[in-house]
Every structure is written in C-alpha cells, then in structure tokens.
Design a protein around this ligand. Structure first.
Ligand code: NCD
Length: 310
C-alpha cells in the first residue's frame, strides 16, 4: 500500500502544507463526513519522552477518524525496560498497527526506523531536533488569524534546545515569514537552522531583549526553557527569569498581534495574559486535533486523494 511518512518539516512541500491547512480547516468546521475514514485502522503511539498534548491529540484525532489506538505514553511499561532495542520494538509494533507515531530523544531516529518498516511513521518530537506536527498546528493557528503569512514571528524562549522553534523557522522561511530570534546568546537558534532559513530567503534578526523589536512582532511565539535538555555545565537558575510575558509587555504588542506557546508553560506567561484576546495558546492546543487528523489522512495517499476530491 502506498503510504507517506512525516519525519522532518521539509518532507512536505508548500503545496502540501497549504492543503493540510485547508483540510484541517474543513475538519474543524465538520464540513464533511470523516467519522469512518480510518475505520479498522490502528495507530500505534510510541512515546519515549513525556507528553500531554501531542500524545492525546493524536489519540483523539485517530478516534475521531474512526480508527483505534494502541501504544504507550512511556517506555517503562514495555520490554524496552527489559533491554529490548527500539528497532525490535518498532518492528513488532509495525505488525500490530497501520501507522506509527513516535517521540524519542534521539535526533534522526525516526528516519532510521522508517527504513525497517513499511507503514508510515510520524515524528512526534525528536530530542532537540524537530517537531513537524507541532509546526503544522502552529501554522494552522497563524493562518486562521492572519489569513496570510506576510508576518514577522518573534521566537522568544529556549531557541537552542526547543525543537518547536526549529521546525517553525524552517517552514516559516519557505512561506516568506520573517523572524526575530530573542534569547540570551547561550540559548540562541543553532547555526544549522539559521543557515537553512537564510538560504530560503528569510530575514532573521537576533537580539536578547524583546523591547528592541516589540512593534515589529505579529506573532510572539513563546517557549519554555528545556531544563531537562540542559547539559550539566549550564545553570538553569541563571536563565530561569530570561523570558516573561505579563500584562505590561502584552500591552506593548501590536493590537492585531497574537501570543502563542506550544505548551507546557512553566512560568513564561503570566495567567493574567490568558484573558487577553490575543492569547492563542489554548486555541493552538485545540487546533492540534483537526491538524493531526489531516496529517494522519495525509499518510495514506489514497484516502488523502479522496478527501481532496470531496
Ligand atoms: C513541546 C515539545 O514537546 O517539544 N510540547 C508540545 O509538543 N506541545 C514543547 C515543550 O516541551 O516545551
């Protein structure tokens, strides 16, 4: 059977990206009958790192398409704990399911695993690398608000270890979005992503102080410090208060700007900001379901074809 995996954000072209957003919009509007499209299909969710939104929004997406789900939210409950390799685990799961959704700390693992199995693999977050399905959800939420990509996104947070920033920069650059990377030097965007984004023609600026460019920001994309990924020599306490979005800062943002966060937030955004109509992070989390439904359909080209014709 013809299938497609989604491992890096570059695996999809701009046309596919805009189709995914269109389909997600239609799924959200319940514009067509999708309840049985994935009937009798099984998704296996293999999560080797903690997750709330990604795990459960994929599960919800699969159920809403009429499919079923098996898998684990942490590897401790599986034979991995007995020393089984991820390769063997994935080979087995491929016999039990039609689609694998994998989150793992090692960059490049999904690509390696995809060589072992014939069913599609979706990367649900790979260590400090990429998180392509989050980016599609983010772009969906951005498009819903602005109806175009003629915008400037400020990436404000841990740009070094935060994978959502990496995929968003790469996809955004292809869409003509400009970026401002706001972080202390030690947590700035890694060179490899900057290089790629610039090659794609994106304008990328860098600063450690948000006030420098506050009036240019259309999307303030906040992320938490990836404390668990910090090497031993980096002192978390030193950076703990580097990012803070409160009402005073929100007031300075443009009236038509939006505030996003892939969540979980730790203490980067004050609760008071939740009541600002420009705060879109809970909407962003909810949009993950229709977008991940679209992504699952995309992995099965014959179904995707049907949906596009519909
Ligand atoms: C993010 C992740 O796992 O990279 N969460 C998510 O999937 N929504 C962000 C994070 O953990 O900081």
């Amino acid at each position: 059977m013809d299938t497609k995996s989604l491992i890096n954000i570059d695996d999809i072209n701009i046309n596919e990206l805009s189709m995914l957003i269109k389909v997600a919009q239609r799924l959200k509007a319940k514009d067509f009958d999708y309840n049985e499209l994935l009937k009798h299909r099984i998704m296996a969710s293999l999560f080797f790192e903690p997750s709330t939104r990604t795990y459960f929004s994929f599960v919800s997406a699969m159920y809403r398409l009429g499919g079923t789900v098996l898998g684990f939210p942490q590897a401790a409950a599986t034979s991995i704990a007995k020393g089984e390799s991820i390769e063997d685990t994935v080979r087995m799961m491929a016999a039990y399911a039609d689609l694998l959704v994998i989150r793992h700390p090692e960059i490049g693992i999904c690509k390696q695993l995809a060589k072992l199995v014939e069913i599609p693999i979706i990367n649900a977050g790979e260590g400090t690398g990429e998180h392509p399905t989050q980016t599609l959800t983010d772009l969906f939420t951005i498009y819903e608000h602005f109806q175009n990509y003629k915008i400037t996104i400020a990436l404000y947070g841990d740009l070094k270890y935060g994978r959502t920033n990496h995929s968003l920069l790469l996809a955004g650059a292809r869409l003509g979005i400009n970026f401002i990377c706001i972080a202390p030097e030690e947590l700035q965007m890694p060179e490899e992503y900057i290089k790629k984004a610039k090659q794609l023609g994106a304008k990328v600026k860098f600063t450690s102080t948000i006030n420098d460019y506050i009036k240019e920001i259309d999307v303030l994309y906040v992320t938490r410090l990836q404390k668990e990924r910090f090497p031993a020599h980096m002192n978390y306490e030193r950076f703990k208060h580097s990012f803070a979005v409160g009402s005073v800062l929100a007031q300075q943002l443009k009236a038509n700007s939006i505030i996003m966060h892939p969540l979980p937030r730790v203490n980067e955004i004050e609760e008071a900001v939740d009541y600002d109509s420009r705060a879109k992070y809970f909407l962003q989390a909810a949009n993950a379901v229709p977008m991940r439904m679209a992504i699952i359909l995309f992995c099965f080209p014959h179904l995707w074809g049907q949906v596009l014709e519909n």
